[in-house]
Design a protein around this ligand. Structure first.
Ligand SMILES: [Zn+2]
Length: 174
């Protein structure tokens, strides 16, 4: 079932999320709701705190650099950037928690996430292109970082104003 998406400024988006310790039916239901919420909002990735749940889980459904569609979920993700191979790429990036807005963000073009699936089995996801960006964007969310936080303050403020959101966020001067 799709749930409402949290907006920039709501506390749960600006705090690090808690590791998952119970790989139970509630976790499976959360992942199902996250996919439903992502698709309902026409997103390509979603972190649990974007539906108000402060747990370290994200889902994704987006192309990699080859154009192939990749989708899945990761519980307790740990992001690794293989520095020698990950040439930076600058692309427009958006976020369901900052509706209707996009900004150029430079990120490494290759990323790997290790973690677990809903049953607790170890998984590894390696992405290029949009998927590399998505893995980094969603990992940021679970650390309480929204992509706007990586932009200069003036640009962030302008985008939030355009989105009709306050530039104030908990624990940080606007
Ligand atoms: Zn986002």
């Amino acid at each position: 079932m799709a749930r409402p998406i949290t907006s920039y400024g709501q506390g749960v988006l600006h705090r690090p999320c808690t590791p998952v310790t119970s790989f139970d039916a509630m976790l499976a239901a959360l992942v199902e709701d996250m996919f439903a919420s992502m698709y309902a909002a026409q997103g390509v990735g979603l972190a649990a705190n974007q539906i108000g749940v402060g747990l370290r889980v994200f889902v994704y459904d987006c192309p990699d650099a080859s154009g192939g569609r990749r989708s899945g979920h990761v519980v307790n993700p740990v992001l690794r950037i293989p520095a020698a191979l990950a040439a930076p790429e600058t692309e427009l990036e958006g976020c369901l928690s900052v509706p209707g807005q996009h900004a150029e963000v430079t990120r490494p073009g290759l990323a790997t996430v290790t973690g677990a699936d809903v049953r607790g089995r170890a998984i590894t996801v390696t992405g290029t292109g949009t998927l590399a960006r998505c893995l980094q964007h969603e990992s940021d969310h679970l650390d309480g970082i929204v992509y706007l936080d990586r932009l200069p303050a003036a640009e962030r403020a302008a985008i939030l104003t355009e989105a009709g959101l306050s530039a104030e966020r908990p624990g940080r001067p606007a």
